[in-house]
Ligand binder design. Structure first.
Ligand SMILES: [Zn+2]
Length: 81
């Protein structure tokens, strides 16, 4: 019997070097339930102010004492007005 097992199909695998380390520019404000268009530093205008005031971190996450900080922030805004 003739062995006719041609193993020519040795195709090079299309290996995609996963570019997971590419920093994706956010297209929306990262703050929970916001999703507005970024204004600065990927935050919307309102939340960029929050970030500047230390109400949220770079990722748009609120600290545990967010409420306290937010109240103080509101107070400051009132005084500035
Ligand atoms: Zn926002």
């Amino acid at each position: 019997m003739a062995k006719d097992k041609s193993k020519a199909a040795n195709q090079p695998q299309n290996q995609h070097a996963s570019d997971n380390n590419v920093v994706q520019l956010p297209t929306r404000c990262p703050v929970d339930k916001c999703g507005k268009k970024p204004y600065k530093s990927s935050f919307c205008e309102e939340h960029f102010t929050w970030f500047k005031e230390g109400l949220i971190n770079r990722k748009g996450e609120r600290p545990r004492d967010f409420d306290k900080k937010y109240q103080a922030f509101l107070k400051r805004q009132k005084q500035a007005a």
